[in-house]
Design a protein around this ligand. Structure first.
Ligand SMILES: Cc1cc2nc3c(=O)[nH]c(=O)nc-3n(C[C@H](O)[C@H](O)[C@H](O)COP(=O)(O)OP(=O)(O)OC[C@H]3O[C@@H](n4cnc5c(N)ncnc54)[C@H](O)[C@@H]3O)c2cc1C
Length: 358
């Protein structure tokens, strides 16, 4: 691959130069060229630019000069080539739920929104993999998979796009058992900063061929290319799932329970720690009435006897470290309620101080 000049390609916030080196009027020329390519799918409206210049964090909006709504890999490549020719910053955009100002257009330029590329391209149930366009969200994929007996486990609190989740190397509550996006992306289609379309990785589980470019792009936050398709690992939905909650007198007791659980090799699917302040926030926001104490949320996956065994083993360990009221349940409604409360923890924390941002 040829070296890519620093200012010619994808520049998300972290990679933007200290000063804007683009020639005056450059961005206008790019907007004109993109208008010819995309027609009404290029927006310069203030509201659309503002929406694409901010994420869920406290950072104020830095709107791009225009937002390009791409529909295909080839179209993304054309947009990238136009921006590269004019050395104009380009920022990919998924659902804008990131938390570190990722999508802020500090030096203007073009935001490329791929939410319109939202098809599940293939599902290989026997091989436990699928291929999706970047605008497919994690919930959309799981709804699509519902009748196959398979699921995709990575679940950041937000219903983020799989392109954005790949670009931020997202994780979630299932990370302890299923890993993060790093372990679950098998391959990518990427438009690199000079507009070339490349494929990385593949379906073979055992392969040492070539550079591991997939890992380079996973977590690159839009700085190396626009991801236009993602091959993901899938898992069979476990026969049984149970959830448990346990309160502790001390934070140390909760932490020691986690350490012992992992060291004992108990294959917990989810394990999350909330301190007493967060529990108070979650109780108020999600209308729960758990003790306002350091608390662990657990989930166990396996056979019916397996999940009962895991829950009992963890309950025993928790008791040794001052855990009380260890309650576990297989009831789906209760499990969903518990994990929805966890996914809303960010908003619950913000609600403690109205008007604040995360
Ligand atoms: C309530 C809440 C809870 C969260 N919980 C967790 C959590 O538990 N664990 C965790 O890891 N994260 C968590 N997050 C953050 C979450 O991971 C990100 O919000 C998500 O991964 C970003 O996806 P997105 O589609 O919104 O991307 P965006 O916010 O649109 O973009 C994020 C970055 O990815 C780049 N990008 C987007 N799409 C592409 C693409 N197709 N190609 C190349 N680059 C692209 C953008 O340029 C930007 O740099 C949480 C967020 C919220 C709001």
């Amino acid at each position: 691959m040829a070296a890519i000049p620093y200012t010619s390609g994808m520049l998300s916030m972290n990679a933007q130069p200290e000063t804007d080196t683009t020639e005056p009027g450059t961005h206008d020329r790019v907007v004109t060229a993109l208008r010819q390519l995309l027609g009404e799918r290029l927006s310069t409206s203030a509201a659309v630019r503002e929406q694409h210049g901010r994420d869920e964090s406290f950072h104020r909006a830095h709107p791009p000069d225009a937002v390009a709504f791409a529909k295909s890999t080839e179209e993304v490549a054309q947009v990238v080539r136009i921006c590269a020719t004019h050395r104009c910053p380009l920022i990919p955009y998924g659902t804008g739920t990131s938390l570190e100002g990722h999508v802020a257009a500090l030096h203007g330029g073009i935001c490329i929104d791929v939410t319109g590329m939202n098809e599940v391209l293939e599902v290989n149930a026997e091989d436990l993999d699928c291929r999706v366009q970047p605008g497919v969200t994690r919930k959309q994929l799981n709804t699509y998979l519902r009748d196959t007996g398979l699921f995709f486990p990575i679940d950041p609190g937000a219903d983020a796009s799989l392109g954005g989740m790949t670009a931020t190397r997202a994780s979630g509550t299932n990370a302890v058992r299923y890993g993060t996006m790093r372990e679950n992306v098998l391959g990518l289609t990427v438009v690199t900063a000079d507009g070339r379309i490349i494929q990385t990785g593949g379906r073979a589980r055992k392969s040492a061929a070539g550079y591991d470019l997939t890992r380079l792009f996973v977590g690159s936050e839009g700085t190396l290319g626009v991801i236009t398709a993602i091959r993901l690992r899938l898992y069979g939905i476990p026969q049984a799932m149970s959830a448990a909650v346990c309160s502790f007198e001390t934070l140390e007791g909760a932490v020691n329970t986690v350490i012992s659980t992992i060291q004992s090799g108990i294959p917990v699917a989810r394990i999350e720690l909330l301190d007493e302040v967060q529990m108070d926030a979650v109780n108020r926001y999600s209308k729960l009435d758990y003790p306002v104490q350091p608390t662990l949320f657990f989930e166990f996956h396996g056979s019916e006897s397996g999940v009962a065994e895991q829950a009992q083993a963890v309950g025993g360990l928790a008791g040794e470290y001052g855990g009380s009221g260890f309650k576990w349940t297989c009831a789906q409604e209760e499990r969903n309620h518990l994990w929805q409360a966890r996914h809303d923890a960010f908003y619950a924390a913000m609600a403690l101080r109205p008007g604040c941002k995360g």
